[in-house]
Design a protein around this ligand. Structure first.
Ligand code: URA
Ligand code: CA
Length: 434
C-alpha cells in the first residue's frame, strides 16, 4: 500500500477500506507516514467526508493505537458521559455522585486539560487531601464498593488522536464532522465504557453554533458508538451562555454541593437530571426515562446524592466536611462586583469571552505547565432573559489580585443587554438516539 494512492482515492471522493485506514493510522502513529501526507489526507477528508463505515474504522484504528482501559472487573453496565465543551460545565461533578447514588457504577477517568477553568480532576483537588492517583486495582475496588471513583488520566490512550489533533489544529482541519466525531469517540471507547451519553453543546460558546451542525455531529457520534458496540445517546444542549452561575474550580465545587442538595441553579439542575436519566436508563437501572428521572429526584430529596458525594470524597482521601462547610474550600482574597451600565434585559452571555475572563484571573491553564489558582473565578448574578437595572451586579469576581480591569472589560464584552424583553433559549434542543 502507498499513502499517496490513499490520499488520491479520498481526494476523488471514494471510500477507504478498513485495511487502508489501519495502514494510515499505524503508519502515522509510528512516524512512518510524515505529517505532510497526513495533512493532505485530513484536508481530503475535510472536503470529501467519510461514510459511517469509514468513521467507525477510523475511530477503532485510533482506539487500537494505544492502551485500552479494561473495566470488566467492575460489576454492572459502566456508562460514561462526555461534554463537547463549554464554560462552567459543572455537570460531571454532580452527575457522578448523583447516578452512583441510584446504583449506576461510575468509573471515571478524567483530564486536567487546557481550558477556561481546570478539568474535573483540578476541581476535585480543591478539596483538601483529595487524591486522583489510584492504581487499577484500587480503582476497580472502589467502584465495586461505592459505585464511584474518579482518576486522573494515565497510560497512553489514543496516541494517534493526540498526534492527529495537534496536526489538525495547525492545518485548518479541526472543524470536520468525521474527524471531530472519531476523535472524541476514540477517547471514550478506549476509556472502557459500555455505554456513552454525549452532551453536545450548541451556541456561541461551542464548536457548533447552528442546530443543524450540532445535530449532524451528534448523529455521527451516536452512529460511531453504536457501530463500535457501545450503546450511545446524545443530548444537544444550549451554550449561548455558561451553564449555572459559577465559573472557577472551588466555586464550581461549591455549586455542585448546592445542586446535590437540591439548591443549585435551575439550568444546571435540569441538565443534570436530563443527562442523568439517560445514564440510569442505559445502565439498565430503570425501565423508562421517567422512572430514571424520578429515582434521581428522590436521591436529591432524600439526601442520598449528597451522602454519596461525601463517601466518594472520603474514600479518595479528601475531607468530606467541606460538604457541610464549603468555607473550607480555597477562597480568594478579594471580590468585586461588575455593575450594569444601563437598564435592560440580558440577551446573551458569550461563553467563550466570559471564560477568558475567568482564565485571566488564573482559573484555567494557558499552557500545559501553568499552575491553576483554585480559589478564583466568577459568579454570574444575571442570566439570559433576566431584567437588569443600572448599577445592579451582573457578575461577582473572585480574585487574588487587586487589578482586574482586563477581567471587567471581558465581562462587559460578553454581556449583551437589550431594551426589549428577551426569551431565554431552550436548555435542551434535541436528543439523538440510533
Ligand atoms: N474535541 C476532541 O477531542 N477532538 C476534536 O476533534 C474536537 C474536539
Ligand atoms: Ca457552572
Amino acid at each position: 500500500m502507498r499513502m499517496v494512492d490513499i490520499i488520491s482515492k479520498k481526494r476523488n471522493g471514494e471510500a477507504l477500506t478498513k485495511q487502508e485506514i489501519d495502514y494510515v493510522i499505524k503508519g502515522y502513529t509510528s512516524g512512518d507516514i510524515p505529517d505532510y501526507q497526513m495533512s493532505a489526507l485530513a484536508m481530503a477528508i475535510y472536503f470529501q467526508d467519510m461514510t459511517t463505515d469509514e468513521r467507525v474504522n477510523l475511530t477503532m484504528a485510533m482506539v487500537e493505537s494505544g492502551d485500552q482501559i479494561d473495566l470488566s472487573d467492575i460489576d454492572g453496565i459502566k456508562v460514561d458521559k462526555h461534554s463537547t465543551g463549554g464554560v462552567g460545565d459543572t455537570t460531571t461533578l454532580i452527575l457522578a455522585p448523583l447516578v452512583a447514588a441510584v446504583g449506576v457504577p461510575v468509573a471515571k477517568m478524567s483530564g486536567r486539560g487546557l481550558g477556561h477553568t481546570g478539568g474535573t480532576i483540578d476541581k476535585l483537588e480543591s478539596i483538601e487531601g483529595f487524591k486522583v492517583e489510584l492504581d487499577a486495582k484500587q480503582f476497580n475496588e472502589l467502584v465495586n464498593q461505592n459505585k464511584i471513583a474518579v482518576v486522573g488520566q494515565s497510560g497512553n490512550l489514543t496516541p494517534a488522536d493526540k498526534k492527529l489533533y495537534g496536526l489538525r489544529d495547525v492545518t485548518g482541519t479541526v472543524n470536520s464532522i468525521p474527524l471531530i466525531a472519531s476523535s472524541i469517540m476514540s477517547k471514550k471507547i478506549a476509556s472502557g465504557a459500555d455505554a456513552i451519553v454525549l452532551d453536545v453543546k450548541m451556541g456561541s460558546g461551542a464548536f457548533m453554533t447552528e442546530i443543524e451542525d450540532a445535530r449532524e455531529l451528534a448523529q455521527a457520534m451516536v452512529k460511531i458508538g453504536n457501530g463500535a458496540g457501545r450503546n450511545t445517546i446524545a443530548v444537544i444542549s444550549d451554550m449561548n451562555q455558561p451553564l449555572g452561575f459559577a465559573i472557577g474550580n472551588a466555586l464550581e465545587v461549591k455549586e455542585a454541593i448546592d445542586t446535590l442538595n437540591g439548591e443549585g441553579p435551575e439550568d444546571l439542575h435540569e441538565l443534570c437530571l436530563t443527562l442523568g436519566s439517560q445514564m440510569v436508563y442505559l445502565a439498565g437501572e430503570a425501565k423508562t426515562l421517567d422512572e430514571a428521572r424520578e429515582r434521581l429526584e428522590n436521591a436529591i430529596d432524600s439526601g442520598a446524592a449528597i451522602e454519596k458525594f461525601k463517601t466518594f470524597i472520603a474514600s479518595q482521601g479528601g475531607d468530606p466536611t467541606v460538604v457541610d462547610d464549603p468555607s473550607k474550600l480555597p477562597t480568594a482574597a478579594y471580590t468585586f462586583e461588575v455593575e450594569a451600565k444601563e437598564d435592560g434585559y440580558v440577551s446573551e452571555i458569550i461563553a467563550d469571552e466570559i471564560g477568558n475572563a475567568a482564565s485571566i484571573l488564573g482559573a484555567g491553564r494557558t499552557t500545559k505547565d501553568s499552575v491553576i489558582d483554585l480559589a478564583v473565578g466568577l459568579i454570574l448574578r444575571k442570566k439570559v432573559g433576566e431584567k437588569v437595572q443600572k448599577g445592579e451586579s451582573l457578575v461577582t469576581i473572585h480574585s487574588n489580585s487587586k487589578t482586574v480591569e482586563e477581567v471587567i472589560q471581558k465581562i462587559y464584552n460578553s454581556y449583551h443587554i437589550t431594551k426589549e424583553p428577551v426569551e431565554a433559549n431552550p436548555l435542551v434542543y434535541d436528543i439523538i438516539r440510533k
